[in-house]
Design a protein around this ligand. Structure first.
Ligand code: SF4
Length: 453
């Protein structure tokens, strides 16, 4: 069987610009599981491919009877699934089908939108977790029904990702060329127990399963002893270490020589001093928080279960522990008017996070947010992750959000600038004149729309 990761970075300008490709973790775990069962399997990873030609060669080279096209459910760009990525995956389905192979498709987008994949020729479209279905498919058995099918609960029983089946040196080279270091992705958990009402969790829903700290520490040791040891890790978990006791045990396992890591977190976790100390002692150097908005009314409308005060305290704690802080921010959520958008700008001015990522609210299928705006949707997907168009009838026209986004980025660039001679510092310094030149225009534009509201 040929197992395929269809995500192609070249179709994602934002990811190309960031220069941080990650191997397809979920696809590699499935490949490892098939190998562990003695089933013949080859892997095709499209991440670094410039176009679809290499996949045609892989089909003609392997001549597989079965092709499993498995999008990595741990990857944020995969979960966003732009129309460009979907088209590339559909083309692979059609190519594999035309070669005479039976085709299985799995991943976040097929879970939400199975129809185009069926129309392209997939005989099995997996909804939700893919592991058992891929094994059944490889054995030539009918895949288990989704209804009533439990997700895997014992993550310690999963094999390590089949790292040797992807070109890790190519990933390392891409990272080092741009960042001077190489970071690999690793997962400790599946799912997220929180309830933010715009967040789609098509694969694992609100279930939450996690591997033991011992297991994760062993995986890290194996990577460090391997042929391409990473300089750091990105934990792909929706939220890293939801349980403080888990974090403490993990800290103890890696104490002494922890590998630096970055992860996602929540303000209500990192407002606790003991938790933050453990995070730092375990090797954490940077966290990304879903801060979302500086307005408590918008946070409440999102069911975020955190307040601006939580975000402020969390930022202080992290700073005190020497951990860099990134904020994910959203603009345009229903209930956000001009004053609420200004509150987000004010929060960035006051807290000066080290990094920000700003996007407009994106209605993902299956979420209460999507249901609330469904009647006014203009389309369902962005063409690319750079798109950032509001897909529903927002409080303001699109140019307001574009200007507010740029204003946030410009102010952040100035306020959080700290001179340094490393690559990041030099990149940021070179962008400052550009931001300064455009700042008055963004400010005038947002103020003009604000006066109309
Ligand atoms: S936004 Fe983050 S914390 Fe909220 S439900 Fe989604 S993954 Fe969980």
């Amino acid at each position: 069987m040929l197992i395929v990761s269809p995500y192609r970075m070249a179709l994602d300008p934002a990811e190309v610009a960031s220069g941080r490709p990650y191997p397809p973790l979920g696809t590699l775990v499935s490949a490892a599981e098939l190998r562990a069962r003695g089933l013949p399997v080859a892997l095709f990873d499209a991440t670094m491919q410039p176009d679809g030609k290499a996949f045609a060669l892989a089909l003609s080279g392997h001549r597989p009877r079965r092709v499993a096209i498995v999008s990595d459910p741990h990857s944020v760009p995969v979960k966003m699934c732009t129309t460009a990525q979907r088209s590339a995956a559909l083309e692979m389905v059609a190519q594999a089908r035309a070669s005479g192979a039976e085709v299985l498709v799995a991943g976040p987008d097929p879970t939400d939108h199975p129809e185009p994949y069926e129309a392209a020729g997939a005989s099995v479209v997996v909804r939700g977790e893919h592991d058992d279905a891929v094994v059944a498919f490889a054995l030539g058995e009918a895949p288990p029904e989704r209804s009533g099918r439990p997700n895997r609960t014992d993550l310690n029983a999963l094999p390590d990702p089949a790292w040797s089946m992807v070109d890790l040196p190519a990933y390392a080279a891409r990272w080092r060329a741009q960042h001077g270091r190489w970071e690999l992705n690793l997962s400790t958990a599946r799912g997220c127990p929180y309830r933010c009402n715009w967040c789609a969790k098509p694969t694992w829903g609100r279930s939450y399963q996690y591997a033991s700290p011992e297991r994760v520490a062993r995986q890290i040791e194996a990577l460090r002893a391997g042929p391409t040891p990473p300089d750091g890790l990105w934990f792909t978990d929706d939220i890293f270490a939801v349980k403080p006791a888990w974090l403490r045990a993990f800290r103890d396992r890696v104490a002494g020589t922890p590998l630096p890591f970055r992860c996602n977190t929540r303000a209500d976790l990192v407002r606790e001093g003991a938790y933050v100390s453990d995070l730092a002692a375990a090797g954490c150097t940077e966290v990304w928080m879903g801060a979302e908005s500086g307005s408590d009314s918008v946070l409440a409308a999102m069911d975020k279960d955190q307040t601006r005060a939580d975000i402020e305290l969390a930022t202080q704690r992290l700073r005190g522990a020497g951990i860099r802080v990134g904020f994910f921010l959203q603009l345009g959520y229903p209930g956000e008017g001009y004053q609420e958008a200004l509150a987000t700008l004010d929060m960035v001015r006051r807290l000066r996070p080290d990094e920000i990522g700003v996007s407009v609210s994106y209605p993902l299928p299956g979420t209460p947010f999507h249901e609330a705006v469904r009647a006014s949707l203009t389309r369902t997907h962005w063409a690319s992750a750079m798109d950032n168009e509001v897909l529903f009838a927002g409080a303001f026209p699109q140019p307001f959000y574009a200007a507010m986004r740029e204003l946030l980025r410009a102010e952040h660039a100035w306020l959080s600038f700290r001179p340094s001679l490393d690559r990041r510092g030099l990149r940021r310094a070179s962008a400052l004149p550009w931001h300064a030149a455009r700042w008055p225009l963004h400010r005038a534009r947002t103020a003009w729309y604000g006066r109309q509201s």
